[in-house]
Design a protein around this ligand. Sequence first.
Ligand code: 13P
Length: 258
Amino acid sequence: MRRTVIAGNWKMNKTFSEAEDFFISLTDALNEKPEDEFDNLEVIVCPPAVFLELATDFSVESPLSIGGQDVSAENQGAFTGEISADMYNSIQVDYCIVGHSERRKYHSESDSLINMKIKRLLENEVTPIFCIGETLEQRENDITKEVIISQLENGLADINMEDEVIIAYEPVWAIGTGKVATPEQAQEIHQEIRNWLNYKYGKEIAENTILLYGGSMKPANELELLKQPDIDGGLIGGASLVNDTFEEMIDIALQLRG
Ligand code: 13P
């Protein structure tokens, strides 16, 4: 059975003391629950890179995993400002978001660059959370499925999927807009992704790959999204910044799947 994943993407938010307060409250809440509740549920927080070491200090003592928000396509060397997958591995950062639409938009990231980043992560035993999704214009032009398949084909080129890759479907028009995809819209694309995985890699990989939905997910719409057969969890932006809200979302997932 696929595990459920509730992942928070903080983007560029919080100061050090705000991050510290958040992790104190979150790990207290997680540690109060019986350990076996987390057999089928994984909670991941992806803070800005400067807070990763703080985050991993907290994660050691609780059922919490930590992820980066981006990674260099290179292994090491003269790449000012970049962070390598090997650095993440060296501080127990087990996940990393890659190909987020904000990186595609504001940093002109191409599918082939994203493909290199996924390869660096896998070489260094960091699980990629690979984001794909169509813009509003693409959806209105009825090319959503073509866009998704092309992002998958190019982003995962030459990757055998024997190591875990989590895929996050994040329709760009639903990110930070309050406009959430309906459970049916999200399920339709998740099913399409799983069908593509089946065609490309076979049944076992298709059935075991975790697919997350992202885009204005919050307590009010989470349950209906998670009830969909091909949606295994969420990649949550705004709602992951507030302890009460994020903790409520973890509780909703636990009630459904824990
Ligand atoms: P929001 O939940 O704020 O819409 O952001 C989603 C997202 O981009 C997560 O990566």
